[in-house]
Structures are given as structure tokens and as C-alpha cells.
Design a protein around this ligand. Structure first.
Ligand code: SF4
Length: 340
């Protein structure tokens, strides 16, 4: 499941680290989701980690034995046809082809199958070719070999045909049309989204909340979506009491960060926020029901996305305090403190 969206080179050390922290299905099942997400940090596509965790719990509920067939594996969350076939063939020797994007590209070129191999007749033709080509005595080795061939030799833009063991039989190569296969998929246009993010500290600790916009469940600084033409600082100031549990006294623009998640392009205005202090505050009361307060060095052990790193890096580069030169002051007229 790590390799669903991650290269082998990047995935192996993370897999070793994951296995040392959660060495068995039972250990993964018993872990808190927060800890699983923290271990997954930096790998992206966090739904995979949540699904892996849920799958471990389901396996334990069903008696603690890993399912071995494609059909049984597919009843677990996050395991689609490709992952089920990969696990069943590699781990249990089931004679099923595993068809990922790399393998589909190899087969589309090998047989000069026109069209986009994820859809319609092209998909059926690629699946039939995969099944006919499968080495049924060593399906796991066969599948891994084809995956590697697609990842390292039959590259999307510049296939290294000279190094390819299938070159002699490859119809795309023979016709000099390797670039025409597989057919291209129509891309969805990217959607732009404006956000405002606020960085505040209480007693030296960062004010963090549970992300509800970018990667649900992750820790992030308070964020709000900003409508077209709206003032980002004002938008942040107006929701700060609800997000962070305090009023914002001063909101000062630090800069802008760009971040893309799938087809969404986020443009994030980043603000330093000075909050209204609480007069009755004891150290233990500094954390409200809305927030978590963390020393920046403690972030390593928490689930957090790449956006938080970008926001904090921008804030760290900027001069501190309201004397920051050349920075436009935006945001609301200082709102009245509401005492917390
Ligand atoms: S010969 Fe070239 S295009 Fe054909 S499968 Fe090998 S690398 Fe891909």
C-alpha cells in the first residue's frame, strides 16, 4: 500500500520504519490513528494510511489471519484490484496478473493497443494481454518484473528500448510509434482555491488545529477558505475565535505560499496572529478544546502535511514583530478582546 503512490526507492526505508513501529497486524490494529498518520508523514495520500489501519482492525476482527485470495483481499479498505492482485501473487503465489499504470503502458506498447488503457475496449484488451502473458509458475516474480520494466525501462516519455528484453516482440517499437501508446487520458482542469492561514504562539508553543480543508485529521495552523475578492486577513480574523478559541488582536501578512493537492491549487496568504491574552491563564489552561499547542521541535512525532512545513518555513524567514518592514498590514481593525 505504501507503493501505491510512492517509488520503491523512497518506499523501502519508510516501509522498514513502519514495520519496526507496527511489526504485526495486531500491533497496527491496536495503534491510535494519530500515531499511524504520524508514521506516514511525508508519504502523502494519507487515505492510504487510514485504510491500512482500518484494514488491520478488520483482519483482527475476523480472527487475525490475513486473507490470501484476490476476492477476500478486496473486501479490505484501500485494496483495489491492482493491490489485491499484487499481494495475492507476490505474497501467496496466486496466478493473477497485477495491472498498474506501468504494466499497462508496457502491454499497450508491446501489442500496440490503441486508446486509454483504463477505459472501455482498451482496458479489456490490456487485461486480456496481461492474462495471456502471465507466467503461471512464478506469478509474483512475473508481476514484479513487469512493474520494474515499466518503472525503469519502458518509461512514459523516453522508453529505453535498447535495454528492453521485450524489444524483439514490441509492435510499438517496430512501427516507430512508442509515443503513441498508450493513448492519453483527458485531464481535469485544476481548481484554484484561496486560503488564509494564521500562525500564533502561546507561551512559545504553536497554535494548531485539526485540518478540515487540506488533509482532514492532520495538525495544521488555523486555516480558512477565502471567497473571490474577499480580504484574506479579515476573513481569518473573523473566524479566529471559532477556530482557535481566542480573539485575534493583530493580524499581519507574512507572505504567500502555493501548494497543490491532486487537482486543487491552493494559494495561501500567511499571517502572523497576535492573540488576546487571558488574564486568568495558567499554563495548563493555555490549550483550549479547539487547539493543540506544540513546541515546534515536537512536530516531528505528529501527523502533519507538507503545507505546514511550507507555512512555518515562510514564517521563520520573515522578521518578527509588528516592525516587519515593507509588509502590508491587512486583516480586521483590531477586534475587541473577548477574554477567551
Ligand atoms: S521495446 Fe521499448 S516500447 Fe516496447 S516494451 Fe520495451 S521499452 Fe517499451
Amino acid at each position: 500500500m505504501i507503493l501505491q503512490q510512492t517509488t520503491v526507492a523512497a518506499g523501502v526505508p519508510r516501509w522498514e520504519s513502519f514495520l519496526s513501529r507496527f511489526p504485526t497486524v495486531a500491533a497496527l490494529s491496536a495503534a491510535r490513528e494519530r500515531d499511524v498518520l504520524a508514521e506516514w508523514s511525508g508519504l502523502g495520500y494519507y487515505a492510504r494510511a487510514r485504510n491500512l489501519h482500518r484494514a488491520a482492525r478488520l483482519v483482527m476482527q475476523r480472527g487475525g489471519t490475513m486473507p490470501e485470495s484476490v476476492e477476500e483481499l478486496r473486501t479490505l479498505p484501500g485494496i483495489g484490484p491492482y493491490t489485491a492482485a499484487a499481494i495475492a501473487s507476490i505474497a501467496f503465489g496466486a496466478a493473477v496478473p497485477a495491472l498498474d499504470g506501468n504494466v499497462a503502458r508496457v502491454l499497450a506498447r508491446l501489442h500496440a493497443i490503441p486508446g486509454e488503457p483504463r477505459a472501455g475496449a482498451s482496458r479489456a484488451a490490456v487485461e486480456a494481454a496481461a492474462s495471456a502473458f502471465l507466467n503461471r509458475r512464478s506469478p509474483g516474480d512475473h508481476n514484479q518484473a513487469l512493474m520494474e520494466l515499466g518503472a525503469l525501462v519502458c518509461l512514459p516519455r523516453s522508453p529505453r528500448c535498447i535495454a528492453c528484453p521485450l524489444a524483439r516482440d514490441c509492435r510499438a517499437r517496430a512501427s516507430g510509434r512508442t509515443r503513441d501508446f498508450p493513448g492519453k487520458r483527458a485531464r481535469k482542469p485544476a481548481v484554484s482555491v484561496r486560503l488564509a492561514a494564521g500562525i500564533a504562539r502561546r507561551r512559545g508553543r504553536l497554535v494548531l488545529v485539526e485540518d478540515a480543508i487540506l488533509v482532514p485529521g492532520h495538525l495544521v495552523v488555523p486555516l480558512v477558505e477565502v471567497g473571490p475578492g474577499a480580504d484574506a486577513g479579515r476573513a481569518l480574523g473573523s473566524v479566529w475565535p471559532r477556530l482557535a478559541g481566542r480573539a485575534a488582536l493583530r493580524i499581519e501578512l507574512v507572505g504567500t505560499v502555493r501548494h497543490t493537492v491532486l487537482e486543487r491549487r491552493y494559494v495561501v496568504d500567511v499571517f502572523d496572529v497576535t492573540e488576546a491574552p487571558r488574564v486568568d491563564e495558567r499554563p495548563a489552561a493555555a490549550e483550549t478544546p479547539h487547539t493543540r499547542l506544540l513546541l515546534p521541535k515536537k512536530l516531528e512525532s505528529e501527523p502533519r502535511g507538507g503545507i505546514l512545513r511550507k507555512l512555518l518555513a515562510l514564517s521563520a524567514q520573515a522578521p518578527t514583530g509588528s516592525s516587519r518592514p515593507g509588509r502590508a498590514r491587512r486583516g480586521p481593525a483590531p477586534p475587541k478582546p473577548r477574554g477567551g
